[in-house]
Structure formats: structure tokens, C-alpha cells
Design a protein around this ligand. Sequence first.
Ligand code: T3D
Length: 264
Amino acid sequence: MTGSETVLVTLEAGVLRLTLNRPDKLNSFNEEMHLALRAGFERAQADSAVRAVLLTGSGRGFCAGQDLGDRDPRKGGPAPDLGHTLETFYNPTLRLIRNLEKPIVCAVNGVAAGAGANIALACDIVLAAKSAKFIQAFAKIGLVPDAGGSWSLARILGEPRAKALALTAEPLTAEKAADWGMIWKAVEDADLMAEAGALAASLAAGPTLGLGLTKRLIHASATQSLDEQLDMERDLQRIAGRSADYAEGVTAFLEKRKAEFKGQ
Ligand code: T3D
């Protein structure tokens, strides 16, 4: 458990479930929630008992980005240094999410706005309730996309759609997000947590080392040539091929039984 109620943390059957928990503020980020979420992903990285992460939100929203109550200009004083808050709070968590070599499932249970939308997009497999919406809310308040959104949106959607979403802040439905390939799938609201939980559990029972190396390869493809990628596949396959899970996977296939991976 973290010491904060702003992110609920449970570990069951290898799945670390992180639930953003400020429902009356649509799970928007205050400093406490930033630190608690970061602590959750640090634990995911350090704890070998964690073999997959499931990120979701409590209440009717997933996450509405930064808590704007903490940015109220009417309180006076100098303008906040938002570059400092990104560097201190959002960016370390985004880097942890991106670099975690274990699968991260995100169950977007309701509206995902601003940094909340982009944190969801940083996860590996995103399922969303059909009632959920993704909003690049930054344009509504004079900010630029952050939490990796300017990078992930352009990569996932291409410039035309990325620009339209970011410049208009128009809400994108979960179904359209799935049609556009921005998320894995939109599911009935009532089925979301069961489906996301089952997916996370199945990934947690998988060959964790190989899954982590697979993530590394796919991430590297964004900046590498085919030649470099082929070399990297060779190197990482060498590592995967020496793992206990590979031996178990092949043995299980030959013995016509289900593999029992240990994550090593
Ligand atoms: O500052 C930095 O560190 C830089 C980093 C910035 C990252 C960012 O994320 S900037 C973008 C910040 N987020 C937004 O601009 C979104 C603001 N919220 C909304 O536009 C809407 O709430 C939604 C479209 C997300 C949902 O609309 P709706 O109609 O479903 O709900 P609502 O009535 O607006 O919100 C429900 C409650 O949550 C409400 O509180 P109340 O009136 O019932 O007491 C509302 O004030 C609160 N809430 C929603 N979003 C935020 C929030 N409170 C504080 N901060 C929020 N971001």
C-alpha cells in the first residue's frame, strides 16, 4: 500500500492495480496524487511479484488532468512555473510508465482529459468504457499538450488528427478512439473492469521477461532503421531464448499442456 488514499493500490495474482482516487474532482492531479502514482509505478518496477499493472480511476471519471483549483490565478502571486511542475511531477511518472518492462493495461472508466488522457495513452493496452471520452483539454485553458501527448498523439494518429484534437479540444468518444487505433478497444461500461482485469491477469501470468523485451523492441522501432531493429531483435531474442519461460513455453507446447510461466 502507498501511504496515500489518492491512489488505491492492490496486488493480486501478479497484477498491481492502481486506482486514481479523487472522484469528486474527477481524479485530477494534486501533488499528493502525483507522488502516490509515481510510488505505484516505482513499486511496479522494483517488485518482482508485480508482473502487470492495471491503471484505472474511481467514480465516474478516469482523470481530468491537473487539479485547476491548485492553479487559481485569482489567488494572486506570480504565474506558476508549469515547466517546473512538469519536470517535477508529470515527466518522472511518464518516464516510469514508458520504461517499465512489464505490461500496463489502462481501463479508462470515464472522461480522460488533459494529462489524464495522455497518461492513458502512455500505457500499453488501453480499454475504455463506451461512455468515456478523451479530451485534449489544454487548448481550452491556453496550454500545450503535455504528459507526452504531443509525442504520442502524433505517432499514433498522424499529424492531421493529432492537430485537430489538440487545437480544438473536441471530445473523442471511446468508440471513435478505437476506430482510429488510439486505443485497443471500447467495451460496454458494465464489462470494462472485468475485461481489463482478465486481460491484466492473463498478462501477469505470461512470460514477463519476453513481454518486457517486446515492449523495448517496439519502443525502439520509433527511432531505429530496419537494420538496427533487426540487430536488436537478434540481441533480445538471444536473451529471451535463454530464459526459463522460453524453455517452459516450448516444453508445454510439446507436452500439449498450458505453459506455467514464472516471469523469468
Ligand atoms: O498545471 C500544471 O502542472 C501543468 C500541467 C497541466 C496538465 C493538464 O492536465 S492541464 C488540463 C487540466 N484539465 C482540464 O482542463 C479539464 C477540466 N475539466 C473539464 O473540462 C471537465 O470537468 C470535464 C470535461 C473533464 C468533465 O466535465 P463534466 O461536465 O463531466 O464534469 P464537471 O462538472 O466539469 O466536473 C465534476 C467536478 O470535478 C466539478 O467539481 P464540482 O463543481 O462538482 O465541485 C469540477 O470542478 C471538478 N473537476 C473536473 N476537472 C477538474 C476538476 N477540479 C479541478 N481540476 C480539474 N481539472
